[in-house]
Design a protein around this ligand. Structure first.
Ligand code: SF4
Length: 374
């Protein structure tokens, strides 16, 4: 049955299937609205605990969809003072991670995964060592928000995967900004890309209010190609043209991420070339450089290392002295492999994860790689 008079459940999503099931069983449309109220205002995920619904409907939904509205299953969590990393099993296969960051100023941000693994092979990134298993669907992406423990103040597509290589990311953002569902302001949604240009165009067209971040990592195309092989297909210069156009048109800040690797891309020459490149755009005042010290992780090149705090400060000073707006990105969770570039769903430090993998009979455990099969 086609669902009418309901808060637009996206086609093929679990929400749509739930709304259909409610209508097909002859319940009035307001029951679906009650269900959404339970999920998004009372944080009730178990159908059995949605007391505003008749028991017959709760039983029907449980029989049809399982005990919870979420399809993704949390397996284990790992905490450090300002980061909580959650390992999740995706229903269609594979494991992913999300990271809840708590900032000293009192707000929180959830780092979302968009793919199981990633096929783009950036040489500084643990997820890239996994290869691409598959795209997550919109439910699997947004379930990470429902399972974060508390509603985050903002979300960032900075977890596993290249979000703009996955068409379902746009559907997930539809849900995240819809007031009937997650109701985030687009300004509270950051989408980080290494420059997947067609997806970037589609994102800025459909959700112009979200905050885009493009990874730069080197002002020199030859070196950038070594760090981010996608440079061959979609050169940074083309991505920055699109980003600058968007900034000029929207009059809003956009971000350029710069991963600083000791002795690789942290020289004065890099800082000066980067500044020249940014100053060449129409609205350099709106292009904010976000500098991130490299985080080591298993499987990454041995000659990549974290720059010293002094080297990071010197790089920031140099680009700022050239007139660039630059910030150092706060990094939490490196001690639990939850920081940028470290997510690979494979570290055994999760509380209870060894038992989970053993119980699964998961061959990955024998290889010490919990992420490499799905
Ligand atoms: S940095 Fe992003 S795009 Fe590159 S391999 Fe890692 S997850 Fe994929």
């Amino acid at each position: 049955m086609v669902v009418h008079h309901l808060p637009n459940p996206p086609p093929r999503s679990r929400y749509h299937a739930v709304a259909d099931a409610i209508a097909d069983a002859g319940f009035p449309a307001y029951r679906y609205r009650q269900l959404l109220h339970a999920v998004f205002h009372r944080a009730v995920l178990d159908f059995a605990s949605m007391h505003e619904l008749p028991i017959r409907l709760r039983d029907l939904l449980t029989a049809r969809f399982g005990p919870r509205i979420t399809a993704v299953e949390p397996l284990a969590t790992q905490r450090s003072p300002r980061a909580t990393k959650t390992l999740l099993a995706a229903p269609r296969g594979g494991r992913i991670e999300s990271v809840l960051l708590s900032y000293p100023a009192g707000w929180s941000s959830l780092c979302l995964s968009s793919q199981v693994g990633c096929g783009l092979g950036c040489t500084f990134c643990a997820t890239g060592t996994m290869g691409l298993r598959r795209n997550l669907d919109a439910d699997e992406i947004t379930d990470q928000v429902l399972l974060a423990g508390a509603r985050p103040d903002s979300v960032a597509f900075m977890g596993m995967g290249e979000p703009l290589a996955n068409p379902h990311t746009l559907t997930a953002i539809d849900l995240l900004v819809d007031p009937a569902y997650f109701g985030f302001s687009p300004r509270r949604i950051t989408v980080s890309t290494v420059g997947f240009l067609p997806g970037m165009r589609r994102l800025l067209d459909r959700h112009p209010g979200v905050v885009p971040t493009v990874s730069v990592h080197s002002p020199y195309p030859d070196q950038r190609r070594e760090l981010i092989p996608l440079e061959d297909r979609y050169p940074l210069a083309e991505c920055l043209d699109v980003l600058d156009e968007h900034a000029a048109h929207s009059n809003r800040r956009v971000y350029l991420a710069y991963l600083l690797i000791d002795g690789v891309n942290d020289s004065t020459a890099h800082a000066d070339a980067l500044a020249r490149q940014i100053l060449g755009y129409r609205r350099p005042d709106l292009l904010v450089l976000s500098v991130i010290p490299f985080n080591p992780a298993p499987g990454l090149p041995a000659d990549y290392s974290t720059p010293s705090a002094e080297a990071t400060t010197a790089f920031l000073r140099r680009v700022r002295s050239r007139g660039i707006r630059a910030v150092r990105r706060n990094q939490f969770g490196a001690d639990i492999d939850a920081a940028c570039g470290q997510l690979a769903a494979r570290r055994p430090g999760f509380v209870g994860v060894e038992e989970i993998l053993r119980a699964d009979g998961d061959p990955r455990r024998r290889r010490g790689d919990a992420a490499s099969s799905g």
